[in-house]
Ligand binder design. Structure first.
Ligand SMILES: Cc1cc2nc3c(=O)[nH]c(=O)nc-3n(C[C@H](O)[C@H](O)[C@H](O)COP(=O)(O)OP(=O)(O)OC[C@H]3O[C@@H](n4cnc5c(N)ncnc54)[C@H](O)[C@@H]3O)c2cc1C
Length: 321
């Protein structure tokens, strides 16, 4: 009986993998089960040191140059077979954009239930996942009855916590024969220095209040100063001001950063669905009645064309000092 955590990497282990490992350790401790992990890709040795203190007994490692990047053909059969071999009772992954596909494919191959985008995991004679539903208005407790019980954890909702300095035993596995239809050789970022939206610690988003696509430059400048990812409301995406990959919300990406800054966004329920679990929400809007003020921690009633340049300049000063 064990808990298995899927370690997502992009050359190095991603933060969301360490968050999943933290959550998995707590589940394993409460359920009295051993915690194991699976690592697929390259550069295993340099990553194992990062796994100190997560209570992981064994890391099953499948090193292969062709699987440096996620491949459904490659990763999914390995995890399916390993979960069966270990008799895993619980499998936990990350709800990053890659992780959601990975977990869904593994669950389908195992024929088990999966809760995607859990914001908290607990053990109560079985895995219980908390998941926001109805555009985030309700957080439901979902008890997963299938075996293994599977859940993917939303990035940034769990703090990475280590306990002790135990390092897992590495169990190197031979790569099974794989029928890879494609091999990803390189993943290019949209632009140098951009931050992935779903994993960013800070997100600044612009809405229709910007009035013109060229005014996104104001938000981009703020993002550069804060090291933030650039988000957008659907109204701006539908207007063709910015690419859909930046859209936050029900039909866009779901983010949970430490800080979310909404600029010229009214705060429609569909937008909230993508950002209301952010730790601190700051809203800048000239309409004091805007819905976004009902869910923000700090609200600035004002013209974004005055407020944002001041914010950017002040942030630059503070961060430089
Ligand atoms: C099925 C469905 C799915 C949807 N999915 C999404 C989704 O994923 N994401 C999403 O965002 N929306 C989604 N929407 C659309 C959503 O309902 C809203 O229409 C959209 O979020 C509005 O975008 P907005 O806040 O930028 O624009 P608006 O609602 O037009 O708000 C603009 C705001 O800017 C403020 N403003 C204007 N000028 C200034 C200024 N100079 N300074 C400061 N403030 C200013 C205004 O006061 C206003 O509050 C969805 C809708 C449906 C029906």
């Amino acid at each position: 009986m064990s808990v298995l955590v899927l370690l997502e990497q992009r050359g190095e282990l991603k933060n969301c993998a360490l968050e999943a490992a933290t959550a998995a350790r707590k589940i394993a401790a409460k359920a009295g089960m051993e915690l194991n992990a699976v690592y697929i890709g390259r550069a295993l040795e340099q990553n194992v040191a990062q796994l100190k203190g997560f209570g992981i007994a064994k890391v099953y490692a499948y090193e292969n140059e062709k699987l440096g990047h996620y491949s459904s053909d490659g990763y999914v059969p390995i995890v399916r077979d390993l979960a069966k071999e270990l008799g895993a009772k619980v499998v936990i992954g990350s709800a990053s954009s890659v992780g959601k596909e990975f977990c869904a494919s593994v669950a389908a191959r195992l024929g088990v239930e999966l809760v995607q985008e859990a914001v908290e995991l607990d053990w109560d004679n079985g895995l219980v996942a908390k998941k926001p539903v109805f555009a985030g208005k309700i957080v439901s407790d979902i008890r997963i009855k299938s075996e293994p019980a599977m859940a993917s954890l939303r990035p940034n909702v769990t703090a990475i916590e280590r306990e002790g300095d135990g390092v897992p035993e590495v169990v190197k596995r031979d790569m099974p024969a794989l029928d890879l239809r494609s091999v990803i050789k390189n993943v290019a970022q949209a632009a140098a220095g951009t931050v992935e939206l779903t994993e960013a610690k800070i997100v600044c988003s612009g809405g229709r209040g910007l009035g013109d696509p060229k005014n996104f430059e104001l938000i981009r400048e703020l993002c550069t100063v804060l090291g933030a990812a650039l988000g957008a409301s659907r109204a701006t995406v539908d207007a063709g001001w910015i690419h859909h990959s930046h859209q936050v919300g029900q039909t866009g990406k779901v983010v949970s950063p430490d800080l979310y800054i909404a600029v010229g966004i009214s705060g429609a329920i569909q937008h909230q669905a993508g950002m209301r679990t952010s730790r601190i929400i700051v809203a800048i809007n000239k309409d004091p009645e805007a819905n976004i003020f009902k869910i923000c921690d700090y609200g600035i009633v004002g013209d974004l064309f005055e407020v944002v340049p001041i914010l950017t300049a002040e942030a630059k000063k503070v961060l430089a000092g």
